[in-house]
Design a protein around this ligand. Structure first.
Ligand code: ADP
Ligand code: MG
Length: 615
């Protein structure tokens, strides 16, 4: 049997150990798994009860890194050696971040030999990939410690708007940390998985995911149907989050005491501000003293201070809805993600904006993305066979047929795993081989699509054109690997082939291919379906006519009449230009003539063997 393994999305993998889910956040990162016993997704917890690891890397004077809480403690004292928000730099060039460079208190440098930014700490240069890998390696070690088993494979989440370079950078960071990254999953998709959305067949939902983290705000609108998740729109603000709440509160206090904005006290006020913000999620008043200063904040004052920031997030929601061409009443569920959605004002404002009585905030908002990643990991590991996969094959897969036409076996947005097979035949009498070329894309002509692989199916026994039946099967497994098999059904001939896998497409290329196809899409498709049915019918008619001409003696009178009559019916259906009718009558003619083909095969075999010795 001919088999090619093409890795469309990730890479071949073997199955065995636990696959973890990782939320590699701008502010905090964490790791989660689905527990074997309870089948529940849970965040891995340190003995001290913490699940979140600050996404901060600190380098000591010798260049030794530390990660997490320990590193975060150095943020104020050693700003040049303490790297935070590295996610903002992933896959970015210096030009990309030059406008934002004042945001970073560490040195983001322009390395002329490399288009991508680097971070300088003392005399060392680090790429964002290396820095992220330090965080991932720390998470991996933690997980191994807690689980007491090696952790080698992971699903990592990224914002839905991440482009291919950013996704690839995340993947590379995983690799560098010694992790086989099986899947990069969109954060909002992971969140909906965590809420169990998109796991049922026939479920159709439009979901808004409101993700307000430490430094970033992401709004995503998802459409989930039959286990397939499509991102309809994303919007957000890469400089809006809980940190801005802290700054705003600190500024408010600095103002009260008339302290200049650049005073070092600001750092301490900011820490108090974060504490105040958190406390006010469940109480009415905050009070503390910092040095000689008595700081207090009521819930009402707090809400007044952050209202403009919350409003900015709502403006992004409105834009996302506009892009998705949806009104709020079309949104079935609103999911609250990110630590900052604990703020009462945020919840209330989002509720009001979407006109909802209830939001989804049952799950821990800063764990929900990791929980979803863990569920995706569990599905990939094959433990969870009842659940559907959220991933889809983004472009159609098919093979080249007569006239350079693309014949799609697995249409775009089909959920995976998936399989499909179709039969093809020879076009020339005595044809002994058949070229099978696998393509990816949406255009009608294969030359406009992308070739993934091709091979020669050899050893088809000599037969008149149209008699050989070659079944081509496509199978995409849960890892996104496509296997193509080819088999000649009448003779049972199978062909083994080897094809070097090609790399996946970038998101941009994918988008371009989809856009290209959209412009010529709909009417094209109907015409094409009719054209194909007619071509197939005509080929069938030609084959049968040729057969009758050569082998009339093989049939009795009744068979001949029946065949002739069905040929006339088929010809009429072609003239009527009714695709379904043509297909039905073609199949009918095929049914009638199938036994003849077998008789002919026997004859052909007898012919072939005459005068030959069988060993
Ligand atoms: P990210 O996704 O950007 O890594 P998180 O989702 O972990 O960030 O959110 C971190 C933010 O959540 C911080 O600004 C933190 O102060 C804020 N936060 C955490 N807990 C609370 C709380 N109880 N009330 C308000 N804000 C909170
Ligand atoms: Mg997050």
């Amino acid at each position: 049997m001919g088999k090619i393994a093409i890795n469309i999305a990730t890479g071949s993998i073997q199955k065995s150990d636990t696959i973890v889910g990782i939320d590699l956040g701008t502010t905090n990162s964490l790791i989660a798994i689905v527990r074997e016993d309870s089948k529940q997704a849970t965040a891995l917890r340190e003995i001290d009860g913490l699940t979140l690891v600050p996404s901060v890397v600190h380098f000591d004077a010798f260049g030794n890194p530390s990660v997490g809480v320990q590193a975060a403690e150095k943020l104020i004292l050693e700003p040049q050696n303490t790297i935070y928000s590295v996610k903002r730099l992933m896959g970015k060039s210096y030009k990309d971040v030059s406008k934002e460079s004042e945001f970073f208190s560490y040195k983001v440098i322009d390395d002329n030999t490399d288009a991508l930014v680097k971070v300088q700490v003392n005399d060392q240069f680090y790429s964002p990939i290396e820095l992220s890998s330090l965080i991932l390696k720390n998470l991996k070690t933690r997980a191994e410690h807690i689980l007491k088993t090696p952790v080698n494979r992971a699903v990592i989440t990224v914002p839905a708007y991440f482009n291919d370079t950013q996704r690839q950078a995340t993947r590379d960071a995983g690799k560098l940390a010694g992790l086989d990254v099986l899947r990069i999953v969109n954060e909002p998709t992971a969140a909906s998985l965590a809420y169990g959305m998109g796991l049922k067949v026939d479920e159709e939902k439009t979901i808004a995911v409101y993700d307000l983290g430490g430094g970033t705000f992401d709004m995503s609108i998802l459409h989930i149907h039959n286990g397939i998740c499509e991102v309809l729109a994303t919007n957000g603000d890469t400089y809006l989050g809980g940190d801005d709440f802290d700054h705003a509160i600190a500024d408010y206090w600095m103002n009260i005491y008339n302290i200049p904005a650049d005073h070092t006290l600001k750092q301490n006020f900011r820490l108090a501000a974060e504490a105040a913000k958190k406390q006010l999620s469940h109480s009415e008043h905050y009070e503390a003293s910092v040095g000689d200063y008595q700081l207090s904040l009521s819930k009402e004052q707090f809400e007044q201070i952050v209202m403009p920031l919350v409003q900015r997030s709502l403006d992004c929601c409105a834009k996302a809805l506009q892009d998705a061409q949806l009104s709020t009443d079309k949104i079935d569920e609103v999911l609250m993600v990110g630590g900052s959605t604990r703020v009462t004002l945020v919840k209330e404002s989002v509720k009001k904006f979407f006109g909802k009585e209830k939001l989804h905030d049952e799950l821990n908002p800063d764990e929900v993305v990791a929980l979803g990643a863990a569920i995706q990991a569990d599905i990939l590991s094959g433990n969870n066979t009842e659940m559907l996969l959220l991933d889809v094959s983004p472009l159609s897969l098919g093979i080249e047929t007569m006239g350079g036409l693309m014949d799609i076996l697995i249409p775009r947005n089909s959920k995976i795993p998936n399989k499909a097979s179709r039969q093809y035949t020879t076009h020339i009498d005595g044809q002994s081989s058949m070229r099978i070329s696998v393509f990816q894309g949406e255009r009608d002509l294969v030359k406009d699509n992308r070739e993934l692989a091709s091979f020669n199916m050899k050893g088809i026994p000599g037969m008149p054109a149209g008699l050989a039946k070659v079944e081509i099967s496509f199978l995409i497994d849960a890892d996104g690997i496509l296997k193509v098999t080819a088999k000649e059904l009448r003779s049972g001939v199978e062909q083994s082939i080897e094809v070097t896998p090609k790399y996946g497409l970038t998101d941009d290329q994918m988008e371009q291919m989809l856009l290209d196809s959209l412009s010529n899409a709909k009417e094209d498709m109907q015409n094409r379906a009719l054209l194909e049915a007619s071509t197939e019918a005509q080929q069938m008619l030609d084959t049968v006519a040729r057969f009758l001409q050569k082998n009339l003696a093989m049939l009795n009178e009744e068979e001949h009449l029946l065949t002739q009559k069905q040929m006339d019916i088929l010809k009429e259906s072609i003239e009527k230009k009714d695709k379904n009718l043509i297909q039905k009558e073609t199949e009918q003619l095929n049914e009638i003539t199938r036994p003849y083909a077998e008789r002919l095969m026997d004859e052909a075999l007898k012919d072939a063997m005459r005068g030959k010795k069988i060993l």
